[in-house]
Design a protein around this ligand. Structure first.
Ligand code: PGA
Length: 242
């Protein structure tokens, strides 16, 4: 794994945004996979800034988000789709038809997962996948468990994950859906390149387990050790256990 450590979360975000802009310049039809969460917010702000400065052109790019809550429509204020609109999509020039998202309100959620896998394949696969890491080692919504799903699937969210997401639902944990849809580990590991971003001391332990620990379904991010092109963008605090 290629580990890059920056002094601050801001420098980490700026470097990662430049990394994405370079990938877009090299391949304008780039297929990106994108995460939600607090960590990528600064990176998305930096990408909006680069776009405004004429340094990041998304006109021909395609995006697939890693996951979405089940049981709420894309327009729900707590949905990841709404999060992405606010933090990234509104400020860049993606073509609407090339913004791909799991629909948590689809009438048949298993069919929706299959549709997503087919859409990724039809796009030619994911070139560059950005991901955060949960303090419990999850990646996307692949939660620690005795077994992990390979493909896009329905998932029951861990209580800790629901608590982490309560801010999207006005701080009310009971309003956070209990289920979600997520790319599976194989979907993630088929990306050409994977960039994991983590900032803050809270992530130091899970980063260490993901990078140095045994490959275990109880630390889903540890499966990244099996991929040949993984980059870690860390601030100093998240790198302290390495
Ligand atoms: P966070 O979430 O960026 O809000 O810490 C990361 C994740 O759960 O993937």
């Amino acid at each position: 794994m290629d580990i890059r450590v920056f002094d601050t979360p801001e420098e980490t975000a700026a470097a990662l945004a430049r990394r994405v802009a370079r990938a877009l310049a090299d391949k304008p039809s780039l297929v990106l996979a994108l995460p939600t969460g607090r960590t990528p917010v600064a990176t998305y702000a930096e990408l909006r800034r680069l776009h405004a400065a004429g340094e990041a052109d998304f006109a021909r790019a395609t995006t697939f988000n890693l996951d979405e809550f089940a049981g709420i429509p894309p327009s729900h204020p707590g949905s990841f789709r709404t999060f992405m609109e606010r933090h990234l999509f509104q400020g860049i020039n993606l073509t609407l038809s090339r913004i791909q998202f799991l629909d948590g309100a689809a009438p048949d959620l298993d069919a929706e997962c299959e549709r997503y896998e087919a859409a990724i394949e039809a796009a030619g696969g994911i070139d560059l996948l950005l991901a955060g890491i949960g303090a419990n080692g999850h990646i996307g919504f692949n939660e620690p468990a005795d077994a992990l799903a390979a493909r896009t699937h329905r998932v029951r969210l861990a209580d800790s994950t629901r608590r982490d997401n309560a801010p999207l639902f006005g701080g009310d944990v009971s309003a956070v859906p209990g289920e979600a849809l997520s790319m599976g580990m194989r979907t993630i590991l088929e990306a050409g390149a994977i960039v994991l971003i983590a900032t803050g001391a809270r992530k130091a332990r899970c980063v260490e387990r993901a990078v140095r620990g045994p490959v275990s379904t109880h630390v889903p991010a540890s499966f990244l050790q099996l991929h040949r092109h993984v980059e870690l963008y860390l601030d100093r605090a998240a790198a302290t256990a390495l």
